[in-house]
Design a protein around this ligand. Structure first.
Ligand SMILES: Cc1cc2nc3c(=O)[nH]c(=O)nc-3n(C[C@H](O)[C@H](O)[C@H](O)COP(=O)(O)O)c2cc1C
Length: 201
């Protein structure tokens, strides 16, 4: 339902004065406690986002993983909830659910044949199709000799109405400079979440 938030809001408004005892949708379970599911729909269809960063990633040789682990710690230290998804063992349903109300996604990918790893491209495709209410996005990852991974990934998520924050890319194993850049990205996300009022100080 994520791509249909606007239509759902319109329809929720349309039925707001009805006294409902039961909701029997054309597919899925029958709801005999209508308020529960109606409140859930109101929440899902709203523009409200949570103080959460989703990090779908994959790493072939460990460099992107080192960056993701460091970055996740940096975000947690700043009071942000982190949901990491290792795409080599994906539960794509859980990833889709996490997209429901997170404020930010940071995609982690090594470079494979100049672009993102194919499993990361799949996750980016899913996010783009679901059009979740994300506000910010960034990309981190590693390459060996020549990469268009960031440009290609950014081109795959154009449905997302997000502000793209500066990516952080390492040549091979991440250096001290890369870790500092990850700290800066974590600072920026913290500030953006504060501006949205979703980090309570
Ligand atoms: C199958 C394969 C294809 C790759 N293609 C590229 C490439 O096109 N350009 C590049 O810069 N590096 C390429 N690399 C190198 C990786 O991007 C590089 O080793 C990176 O540091 C791996 O990150 P990881 O440790 O997170 O897997 C390739 C590596 C593999 C295994």
């Amino acid at each position: 339902m994520m791509p249909f938030r606007i239509a759902i809001r319109t329809n929720l408004h349309r039925i707001k004065d009805l006294e409902l005892n039961i909701i029997a949708p054309s597919h899925g379970p029958v709801h005999n406690k209508p308020d529960f599911i109606l409140n859930a729909y109101k929440d899902w269809a709203s523009d409200d986002v949570k103080n959460e960063v989703i990090i779908p990633y994959i790493s072939m040789h460990g460099s992107t993983k080192e960056m993701v682990d460091y970055f996740a710690e940096a975000l947690i230290e700043r009071g942000i909830t982190v949901k990491q998804f290792n795409l080599s063992e994906p539960d794509i349903g859980k990833l889709a659910m996490a997209f429901l109300d997170a404020a930010t996604v940071v995609i982690g990918s090594p470079t494979v044949l100049v672009g993102p790893h194919p499993k990361v491209a799949y996750a980016a495709y899913l996010a783009n199709a679901l059009r979740p209410k994300l506000r910010f996005a960034s990309i981190i990852g590693s390459y060996g000799w020549g990469s268009r991974m960031v440009e290609q990934l950014a081109g795959m998520i154009t449905n997302l109405k997000v502000e793209l924050l500066d990516p952080v890319v390492a040549k091979g194993v991440p250096s001290e400079e890369v870790f500092k850049a990850l700290d800066r990205l974590a600072d920026e996300i913290e500030n953006k979440h504060k501006e949205l009022g979703i980090i309570i100080e």
